[in-house]
Design a protein around this ligand. Structure first.
Ligand SMILES: NC(=O)c1ccc[n+]([C@@H]2O[C@H](COP(=O)([O-])OP(=O)(O)OC[C@H]3O[C@@H](n4cnc5c(N)ncnc54)[C@H](OP(=O)(O)O)[C@@H]3O)[C@@H](O)[C@H]2O)c1
Length: 269
């Protein structure tokens, strides 16, 4: 992203604030380059103290911005776009939506003029700058995709994808947080049965999950290569792993992911 660009985050709730804080923490921009909006300004008084501009006036926020993040709930989008439309300038503004399940076409349909529009799907780990964010854009946004990807890289990792994969990204990355957390919960319960107290078992499960993921992220290895290193012939790991597979571990995970995808398709039809 070029220096001195301004950002308006319309709908500064959980996600909007996390994005704003991540951008400043990563020194992508200053808090004073970001304007946060919401109707209830009391709820972002803390952010004002941290140097962010805050206002309830979405049009005013847009006028001063280059990037306009749309971070409201899906049912609030139409009203928001209607409110800011006259303040939008197609030569200047890039719209970046984080709104789940709302397509580029739907966003465009609310606007009379054509704008660069980018759709993003972060996950809740954005609050600690560890999101996995998938991004796609319309034709006009082609030249802005990399810049917006850089913004999201400051709050985790990113992937530019085709829009048709956005629902799959929602399942794998956004719902995926819940899937991994359920594994950690189950491992904790197993640990308690083996003699640890709940806090100890959860600590061991959490750090082991983090370490396992880091082995892949930092070593770029295939999971099975790392599994081979832990599975001594006739040892306890392979015995446990094979029992998990007999009970359908991989199959259950794949079926769960596919079921989640079928459900998201039905919800958004
Ligand atoms: N949280 C996540 O990790 C995550 C991940 C992926 C996608 N998303 C998507 O991102 C969007 C935001 O999620 P969230 O969790 O941050 O929701 P949220 O906490 O409910 O934030 C939405 C914010 O929008 C504000 N708002 C509503 N109407 C407004 C308007 N006309 N002008 C200005 N502000 C307005 C609300 O505050 P006031 O009522 O005070 O106006 C609220 O703080 C959702 O569409 C969600 O599907 C979230």
């Amino acid at each position: 992203m070029k220096n001195q660009q301004s950002i308006a985050i319309l709908g500064a709730g959980n996600l909007g604030i996390a994005i704003a804080q991540g951008l400043v923490k990563a020194r992508v921009c200053e808090a004073s380059d970001i304007t946060l909006t919401r109707r209830n300004l009391d709820k972002i008084a803390e952010q004002k103290k941290s140097g962010f501009n805050i206002t309830s006036n979405n049009s005013e926020a847009v006028t001063n911005a280059d990037y306009v993040f749309l971070c409201v709930q899906p049912k609030q989008l139409a009203g928001l776009l209607e409110e800011i439309e006259t303040a939008l300038d197609s030569q200047k503004h890039v719209l970046v939506s984080t709104i789940t399940g709302v397509t580029l076409e739907v966003i465009e349909s609310h606007l009379k003029e054509r704008f660069p529009v980018i759709r993003s799907m972060p996950n809740t780990a954005i609050a600690i700058s560890e999101s996995m964010t998938c991004i796609c854009g319309n034709k006009l946004a082609e030249n802005h995709l990399k810049e917006v990807e850089l913004l999201f890289k400051s709050v985790g990792d990113t992937l530019i994808i085709e829009e048709e994969l956005m629902k799959a990204a929602t399942v794998l990355a956004a719902s995926g947080v819940a899937f991994f957390l359920r594994y950690i919960r189950a491992a904790t319960q197993g640990g308690i049965q083996l003699g640890f107290d709940a806090a100890e078992a959860q600590k061991i499960a959490m750090q082991t999950a983090r370490g396992a993921a880091s082995l892949l992220v930092e070593g770029s290895a295939h999971p099975e290569m790392e599994i081979d290193k832990v599975t001594t012939p006739q040892g306890c790991t392979i015995a446990g792993l094979n029992e998990m597979e007999h009970q359908g571990l991989s199959s259950a995970l794949i079926k769960g992911i596919v079921t989640s995808y079928e459900r998201i398709n039905r919800i958004t039809e």
